[in-house]
Write a protein that binds this ligand. Structure first.
Ligand code: GLN
Length: 497
């Protein structure tokens, strides 16, 4: 296989092979990405760049390689979503309230990556506390999608909340990135930037050291340019961790080893409830194509029903804010984070620190969450949402009696314009219609690039798997990747800006 001519065009797996074979050094590779990051500042994909740290890590990696001590991701430069605590490196969660927070410890996922030899390029921009679908709620300003519609200079959103990671991967600013997904924040930005993103099964990756949004839904996962890269990266992110009691002690398979096994005989379920009202014809057609691609490679297509799907969005938008309101109570201006100046008393300190530190969307979620948990409304909202969550999971369990994976659209449309959906929060929430069910049920889901719209914007398909069966998702996603032959790249307009 011939290697790309530009180092920044390497996939993660290609770079790994080239570094291990000593065809390129980590220093060369890292230098190229450090420059790409600096050249792409108009995208606003990074909150913090760590070029010195990157080069220091790269040099150390080259020493290990020279000594024949290369680890699986030795010398490979990655970007880390700014929700993962990184020891000694500012971690903001996209919020003013953590604007100056320098964690004294490392998240388990990022530690796993460094232990595997990876190099840190910096921390990527994101929606504030991962609340959003467009990266527009970040205190540090929106991220722009590297993709623009044909013949247009309009800036589009990269999706959210892992928008900076998605833009960094799509724009070749890193080999791969980490994301987190509470209701779609890996899969949705992956889909609208033409990249691959997988939310693993709840419990697959440790949540320790990831700033909490909704703890029963949050999962970390990889964002990459190829399915193979996602398989490779997840292997090294996942672990059982005594510091996260919800992490699960199930061996992490070598996903790469079974990646090319094909889909012959795989039963692919098509849930009829995902055919939503006013579904754009382009999405419907893409879904149909996905079905044909899998069928042509030997998969068996079965119709299934997930009858409670219509309750998923309202359920999610009760459960997630409820947990967020509780998790975010810790930001009080006392222990860490933004503190209002000159408080008259402790209540004034709490109130003003929070009012000044949290943005509008986060405040909205805290208000909703506090309301649905309050004694008068708990039964009407929170408790009912929990019951629906059980029914949604039961739907999947029933469906998996007839199939092994599900194929659905990943998003209801391509990337939209910056500012286009900010006026109405409910319109923004509708972007998550295909992704939140997976979090509510704790299942794995992957978004894989599948085509372009008529005006040249990427669209993705989603595959949903059985719990802890990420291996099958990778296989099926690989089959789609092969059939789709998605090779389009955005024009690098930001370099001229
Ligand atoms: N867009 C969803 C929300 O705003 C999901 C975000 C996420 O997965 N972190 O809550």
């Amino acid at each position: 296989m011939s290697l790309p001519t530009k180092l920044t065009d390497f996939s993660l797996a290609e770079a790994r092979d080239a570094v291990q074979a000593k065809k390129v050094s980590s220093k060369e590779l890292t230098t190229a990405f450090v420059k790409a990051v600096a050249d792409a500042r108009p995208l606003n994909a990074f909150v913090t760049e760590t070029p010195e740290k990157a080069l220091e890590m790269a040099v150390a990696s080259d020493v290990r390689i020279a000594h024949g001590e290369a680890r699986p991701l030795e010398g490979l430069p990655l970007a880390i979503k700014d929700l993962f605590c990184t020891k000694g490196v500012k971690t903001t969660a996209g919020s003013k309230i953590l604007g100056n927070f320098i964690p004294p410890y490392e998240s388990t996922v990022s530690q796993n990556l460094w232990d595997a030899g990876a190099v840190m390029l910096g921390k990527t921009n994101m929606d504030e506390f991962a609340m959003g679908s467009s990266n527009e709620t970040s205190h540090f300003g929106p991220v722009f999608n590297p993709w623009r519609a044909r013949n247009s200079n309009a800036n589009l959103v990269p999706g959210g909340s892992s928008g900076g990671s998605a833009a960094a991967v799509a724009g070749n600013l890193c080999l791969a990135a980490t994301g987190t997904d509470t209701g779609g924040s890996i899969r949705q930005p992956a889909a609208v930037t033409g990249t691959v993103g997988i939310k693993p099964t709840y419990g697959r990756c440790s949540r320790f050291g990831i700033v909490a949004f909704a703890s029963s839904l949050d999962q970390a996962g990889p964002m990459t340019r190829t399915v193979r890269d996602a398989a490779l990266l997840l292997k090294h992110m996942a672990s059982v961790d005594p510091k996260d009691s919800t992490s699960v002690d199930i061996p992490v398979p070598d996903y790469e080893a079974t990646l090319e096994d094909g889909v012959k005989g795989l039963r692919v379920g098509i849930p009829k409830e995902y055919r939503i009202d006013n579904m754009p014809p382009e999405i419907e057609q893409l879904w149909q194509k996905g079905i044909e691609w899998l069928k042509a490679q030997g998969a068996e297509i079965v119709d299934v029903s997930l009858p409670h799907t219509k309750y998923a969005l309202p359920t999610y938008y009760i459960v997630a804010p409820a947990e967020a309101s509780s998790n975010l109570a810790r930001y009080d201006g006392v222990r860490y984070g933004h503190r209002a100046s000159g408080p008259k008393d402790i209540v004034d300190l709490y109130e003003r620190s929070r009012a000044e530190g949290f943005g509008k969307e986060v405040q909205r979620r805290i208000l909703i969450g506090t309301y649905v948990l309050s004694s008068g409304y708990y039964d009407a909202y929170y408790s009912r949402a929990q019951k629906l969550r059980t029914l949604i999971l039961r739907d999947f369990t029933e469906a998996y009696k007839k199939c092994d994976v599900l194929l659905t659209p990943a998003t209801p449309g391509p990337a939209f314009g910056v500012g286009e959906k900010t006026a109405d929060p409910v319109e923004m929430y509708l972007n998550d219609v295909f992704t939140v069910t997976v979090n509510l049920a704790g299942l794995p889901g992957i978004a894989v690039p599948a085509g372009l719209t008529a005006n040249g914007l990427p669209l993705g398909l989603q595959l949903i798997g059985k719990a802890f069966d990420e291996a099958t998702l990778f296989k099926a996603a690989r089959a789609i990747e092969i059939a789709a032959g998605f090779t389009a790249k955005p024009t690098e307009w930001w370099r001229a800006a």
